[in-house]
Design a binder for this molecule. Structure first.
Ligand code: G1P
Length: 301
């Protein structure tokens, strides 16, 4: 059976982006002009998934409004003859069937996924974390679905990360099977660099068999009182094989300020309508802040 459903955990408080996230969801912060959650939902849709469950919390209504129709806005755009923009707005509300469920307390990623169990039922599903924005020719989730179709078991997205950053991630211990596919032997959530089993970090894309729900139910809270998905996966691994896919693509940790800035700059540079003027501006900034020579910058600027 093909993968039809995806869960998007979006209940977090977004403390790393306060005060911007005091009254609006972190998932709605824009990279150039598109909210982060749109990039991730589009990745799922391009990978063939149309049934989406967003796990929300209090103060997240803006996400629901975003995927709904906006009657007044569409009416105004139509009246003003802005057809292209109107079509773009309609496309957002039409691209997927979106359901919402609330995680009432911030009890961790594993708990957020468990909360959506009845909406998923007994089929294999995907999980996409909105902080990880991946720019790739073939959508990252599609690359993982290809691995799933071959091996029919849970698949984690992984990427090699620098030793200094490894303690921010779930890290796998694994045997290589193919150039980009690993058989996971074990994994650990946010190890110290000296204890990390490898430099292969789990990135926020998962394909999970429904047996994960039972495992999450049995997973004990960690020291901070959270149910970690990585610990649920350790229980699942005892029952079923888990594979990892080292995907191709550029990944941005848009949940951190520096990752968010990098994604904003690089996405702007890829936009035909912005790249020209923005490049000139960056050259000027490089000269001003990095002591680099100003190249090809018109004198009049
Ligand atoms: C979560 C997971 C972690 C994974 C990471 C990927 O951590 O718990 O295993 O490596 O996402 O972004 P978080 O970043 O939510 O702390």
């Amino acid at each position: 059976m093909s993968i039809r459903k995806a869960i998007f955990p979006a209940a977090g408080l977004g403390t790393r982006f306060l005060p911007a996230t005091k009254s609006s969801p972190k998932e709605m912060l824009p990279l150039v002009d598109k909210p982060m959650i749109q990039y991730v939902v589009e990745e799922a849709v391009k990978s063939g998934i149309k049934d989406i469950t967003i796990v929300t919390g209090r103060r997240k209504q803006a996400i629901e409004d975003f995927f709904d129709i906006s009657f007044e806005l569409e009416h105004e755009l139509e009246k003003k003859g802005k057809k292209e923009l109107l079509d773009e707005m309609k496309q957002i509300s039409n691209m997927a069937v979106v359901s919402y469920i609330r995680q009432k307390e911030p009890l961790g990623l594993g708990h957020a996924i468990w909360v959506a169990r009845d909406l998923v039922g007994s089929e294999t599903f995907a999980v996409l974390l909105g902080d990880d924005i991946i720019d790739s020719e073939v959508p990252c989730l599609k690359q993982m679905i290809d691995v799933y179709n071959k091996y029919k078991c849970s698949v984690l997205a992984v990427q090699r990360v620098a030793k200094k950053d490894i303690s921010k991630y779930g890290v796998i211990d694994a045997h290589k099977l193919e150039s980009n596919v690993y058989h996971v032997q074990d994994m650990v959530e946010k190890p110290e660099a000296s204890n990390a089993p490898s430099d292969l970090a789990i990135i926020g894309r998962y394909i999970l068999t429904p047996e994960i729900f039972d495992c999450l139910e049995k997973t004990k809270e960690d020291k901070s009182g959270e149910i970690q998905l990585t610990n649920g996966l350790r229980l699942l691994r005892k029952k079923q094989a888990i594979y990892a896919c080292e995907f191709e693509g550029e990944r941005y940790d848009a949940g951190s300020k520096i990752g968010f800035l990098k994604a904003t700059v690089e996405f702007a540079l890829k936009r035909d309508d912005l790249a020209g003027e923005f490049k000139e501006y960056l050259k000027k900034m490089a000269a001003q802040y990095l002591d680099l020579p100003v190249l090809n910058t018109p004198k009049s600027r």
